[in-house]
Design a protein around this ligand. Structure first.
Ligand code: GLN
Length: 575
């Protein structure tokens, strides 16, 4: 049992019968020592709460403050591993192997931080901890209740994060929309948090939505008002209101919202649609929301230890250069991405972001054409037709049978026509299968994931590696080292480094029995596991750019630091 739980058990067993207060406070934490910003969504989901939270956190980080973000998810799943990206957006993987919500990707990119499982929680995690403790007798004598036990557990996690991160500000994003059953206890916990931490330590932000019905041609604020009212009903008075809208929110609407929700006009900001999410920090800065937050949280503007205006100006300039790369592009290209979940751009959020980062660096506007592999498979179109106007192709990660033949056909086209190719995880495996079939002559080559009966399982699960690397029932997840072979393309792309670290999420891998044959025919495995025979990067050196990787490089791409495989891919697409 971890020391904290032990500590908790003592407190609960001795105190809960006598008092209504149940506030597990981790050892070493003093109430009021940390500042918290809490972001709620009202009216509807899909407002870009994660982007807003990340943008606000970015502005504070630029000022010199240390920020730790956390997302509190309303679902009962323990993590996002089993969620369908079509329903819930991409599954983002952290270095410690946590499979989490795509918003964590947004935080990592905006804040240029590597986060851990302490930055993400779900109802599933919270309830599991409570129920395990209950079985161990941790609440003897007490009925375990939403208030104070569940809310106490939530606050406990936040204070732990405050201790472990040593952050000046914890930015908390509450998943879902105010009014959902799933997040009621989160909202209550935030109310308690403000009560306990004391004045000026917690800043509440409500994100809302301003409608603009076509039939009226004007903005209407009622829905936003009602949404914010629901938050007030739960005892939360927002300090700041951000209004999402298609167009810039008019003064009239801002005034109405300000008036009905007791929030000064200077703290009601328009967060209207912009071309790129990276423009949001600029939008909020223009409205001086960062200054308002400092004021609300009583930061001393002359505190030189915490705030550094010179560094802030330099940071903002660097950010501006990145934005300029996006806006003032010199060239435009289209990249094809084969996607099963093509109807939802969120399913591929990190890939789209990685292309945007590389594009900004190269002053190129990288457009995306979603390639309908099902249509290729069903002969409704041909590969040639689908790929005729793209400068390069990406086959991203995926699972299962659907679309596999279409993807393999795209790989073949890229290889035969020297079209830049980037295969990500499943795309890496597809490249091996295609090469085995069409170059090495193993006509039935396949992956066991799709075809269990074929003779040539070039992609397989290996029993010995199942033991050592956690493959099989579980996926191989999180950050792992990759050893790069000197003299290869990958070696040059990664700046002559022989060791890098990348993020993985897979179950299958290249079957070592086939490696000699693949290599004899010209496939180079330029990245491997440092100890085991697991292939992690492949390339076809004769082609302009044909690279596959068993990992997901998009998870590591950052606005000011594009991931090298993406950067080089886009560079080659531009040639
Ligand atoms: N389905 C493949 C595997 O499990 C690839 C996974 C992925 O693309 N993330 O190995």
């Amino acid at each position: 049992m971890d020391p904290d739980t032990q500590e908790l058990l003592k407190t609960i067993a001795t105190k809960t019968d006598e008092t209504e207060f149940y506030t597990p406070i981790p050892k070493g934490y003093k109430l009021g020592q940390t500042k918290f910003i809490v972001i709620f969504g009202t009216v509807m989901s899909g407002l870009g709460k994660g982007i807003f939270s990340a943008s606000l956190a970015k502005l504070l980080q630029m000022k010199g403050l240390k920020i730790a973000p956390i997302k509190l998810e309303g679902y009962l799943n323990i993590d996002s591993g089993t969620l369908n990206p079509y329903r819930h957006g991409e599954v983002f993987v952290l270095d410690d192997g946590m499979e989490c919500d795509m918003d964590l990707g947004t935080y990592e990119r905006f804040l240029d931080l590597n986060l851990t499982k302490s930055n993400f929680t779900t109802n599933g995690q919270i309830f599991t901890r409570i129920l395990e403790r209950e079985r161990k007798g941790g609440y003897l004598g007490r009925d375990v209740q939403f208030i104070p036990h569940v809310t106490g557990e939530i606050k406990n996690q936040l204070r732990h994060l405050a201790l472990s991160s040593k952050a000046d500000v914890i930015a908390i994003e509450i998943g879902g929309t105010v009014g959902d059953i799933e997040n009621q206890h989160y909202i209550e916990a935030m109310r308690e948090l403000a009560y306990e931490e004391g004045k000026y330590n917690v800043c509440f932000v409500a994100l809302s939505y301003v409608l603009e019905p076509k039939s009226l041609g004007e903005q209407k604020s009622k829905a936003a008002q009602l949404g914010i009212k629901r938050l007030l009903e739960q005892g939360i008075q927002p300090d700041i209101i951000a209004l999402r809208a298609a167009n810039k929110v008019t003064d009239k609407v801002k005034e109405k919202v300000s008036m009905f929700s007791n929030v000064p006009l200077s703290r009601v900001v328009s967060m209207h649609d912009v071309d790129s999410v990276y423009l949001i920090p600029g939008l909020l800065k223009e409205a001086k929301i960062d200054e308002q937050v400092l004021e609300i949280l009583h930061f001393d503007k002359n505190d030189k230890k915490k705030l550094n205006p010179k560094a802030e100006a330099a940071e903002f300039k660097r950010w501006g250069e990145f934005i300029a790369g996006i806006k003032d592009y010199k060239q435009q290209i289209t990249v094809g991405i084969t996607g099963k979940y093509t109807s939802l751009r969120d399913s591929y959020a990190s890939i789209i972001a990685a292309l945007e980062h590389a594009g900004s660096r190269l002053k190129a506007d990288v457009r995306i054409k979603w390639i309908d592999v099902d249509a290729i498979e069903n002969k409704k179109t041909t590969v040639k037709e689908e790929l005729k106007d793209v400068s390069g192709i990406i086959v991203p990660g995926g699972f299962g049978k659907r679309g596999v033949d279409g993807k393999i056909a795209c790989v073949k086209f890229a290889r035969e026509n020297n079209l830049p190719y980037l295969g990500l995880c499943y795309g890496f495996q597809m490249a091996v299968i295609e090469f085995a079939r069409n170059v090495c002559g193993l006509k039935d080559a396949h992956t066991t994931e799709v075809e269990t009966t074929c003779k040539n399982h070039v992609i397989d699960i290996l029993p010995e590696q199942k033991k050592i690397e956690g493959l099989g029932g579980n996926m191989r997840l999180g950050g792992r080292e990759v050893e790069i072979k000197k003299g290869t393309k990958a070696f040059a792309i990664y700046g002559n480094k022989t060791k890098i670290r990348e993020r993985f999420r897979h179950r299958y891998e290249v079957n070592p029995d086939f490696i000699p044959l693949l290599e004899k025919n010209g496939m180079v495995f330029s990245g491997k596991h440092p100890k085991y025979n697991i292939m992690q990067i492949l390339e076809l050196p004769k082609l302009k750019y044909f690279i596959g990787c068993q990992f997901h490089p998009e998870f590591l791409s950052r606005p000011l630091n594009p991931e090298p495989l993406y950067l080089e891919f886009v560079k080659n697409c531009l040639k």
